[in-house]
Design a protein around this ligand. Structure first.
Ligand SMILES: [Fe+2]
Length: 391
């Protein structure tokens, strides 16, 4: 078998402060005459749906709204959204919100174009998605998941108590990512922190995983630099335009480093554990990232040393191994500085370690991790993560 690597995304990326003002023109340019805006109650409360709707009304573009998105969207929610899309006779989608809203919009698109239930499109070989989603614009209101440019959506199956992936094909990619960093100005610090660390986790995991290749490596390194440089500022000063802009770009760049592939152990753990307790994906991933890096650095020391540099560490005079460990330290320090809650504070108990390790081990993202993993490895990483939360 030949080993050919590829990188493909179908999404046009547009960004700028005030980009939301272009929403109606962009929707029309993609051929939408009646988009469905997919959003969540938090975005509505923050007044962002009103801002988007005002732009569409001013341009006489008809639209419908599905504002029932919940965090970690379950199967039934997607299918309900797809019903709304059909009933309202929509011909395009606008995902306005964080990862959950954008994943929901993309997933509604999968069902609208391919029929059935989103459960029919759980990632598998051969790829179950056959047709491209309808014209879709994703407008992120957080800076982290990067769902506006990923080829994935993560859906919760309450029955199996797991999250599963849909996508891995350009057919699910948004037609356009319209990124307006102003929409993130009023995010609470805890959300800024969690989502920003998620962007860092995408970059670090994809950069060090077995699927790494030059193009996504380059976006991953710049994403790390931006997060290291600007996350503390965005956390401390919500209205700092430069920090917010750079964090929005970090989210986009970090997500681009996915390509059509998956992440690594931190995401295998956070995604599986996120099906057990309904907690924010960013904070949970952030809490696991440091301990996973501590476990992983021995596999890819050169890459970890390079991460240390991207994180702003001075590695002059250090041995390769010392430099690699600096990357771990830098990420753990950042996790503390932006006050990410511990696993205990997120509601997990140490008695759950055997179960958590087992579901992480079964997660498909375990493949590609920079260091070989056994069930026992996950027990060890979880133990360390709880230990760090005990002080
Ligand atoms: Fe993530």
């Amino acid at each position: 078998m030949t080993n050919i690597r590829s990188f493909e995304i179908p999404t046009v990326m547009k960004h700028g402060l005030g980009a939301i003002n272009a929403l109606a023109d962009e929707a029309r340019a993609l051929g939408m005459t009646r988009p469905l805006i997919v959003t969540d109650p938090g975005v509505v409360k923050a007044g962002l749906l009103d801002r988007a709707a005002a732009r569409l009304r001013a341009a006489d573009l008809s639209f419908a709204v599905f504002d029932g998105v919940a965090p970690n969207p379950p199967i039934a929610l997607i299918d309900e959204g797809a019903d709304t899309y059909r009933r309202e006779e929509c011909d395009g989608l606008i995902g306005l919100g964080g990862g959950s809203a954008m994943d929901t919009a993309k997933s509604i698109g999968v069902v609208a174009a391919n029929g059935g239930s989103i459960l029919d499109y759980e990632w598998a070989s051969p790829q179950p998605i056959q047709r491209r989603i309808p014209p879709t614009i994703c407008m992120p209101t957080t800076a982290g998941t990067g769902s506006e440019v990923t080829l994935w959506a993560v859906i919760t199956d309450p029955q199996r108590k797991i999250k599963f992936n849909v996508g891995g094909t350009p057919l699910i990619g948004a037609w356009e990512a319209l990124i307006d960093p102003e929409l993130t100005f009023d995010l609470p610090p805890a959300v800024t922190a969690g989502t920003g660390m998620d962007a860092l986790a995408h970059a670090i995991e994809c950069y060090t995983c077995a699927y790494a290749q030059p193009l996504p490596d380059s976006t991953a390194l710049l994403a790390m630099e931006y997060v290291a440089h600007y996350l503390r500022v965005a956390f401390a000063q919500g209205h700092n335009a430069e920090a917010r802009y750079k964090m929005s770009m970090a989210a986009m760049l970090g997500a681009l480093s996915y390509g059509t592939e998956s992440a690594g152990a931190a995401h295998a753990m956070s995604q599986s554990a996120g099906g057990v307790h309904n907690v924010p994906h960013g904070a949970l991933t952030a809490r696991l990232l440091g301990p996973v890096m501590e476990y992983n650095f021995k596999g890819e020391p050169e890459k970890f040393a390079r991460i240390a540099v991207a994180m702003g560490e001075d590695i002059r005079g250090l041995s390769l191994w010392q430099a690699a460990e600096k990357a771990v330290e830098a990420v753990m320090k950042l996790t503390e500085d932006v006050e990410i809650p511990s696993l205990q504070e997120l509601g997990f108990g140490e008695d759950e370690i055997p179960m958590l390790a087992e579901i992480a081990y079964k997660d498909p993202q375990t493949i590609g991790n920079p260091r070989d993993l056994s069930l026992q490895s996950y027990v060890q990483i979880y133990k360390r993560a709880f230990e760090l939360g005990r002080k």
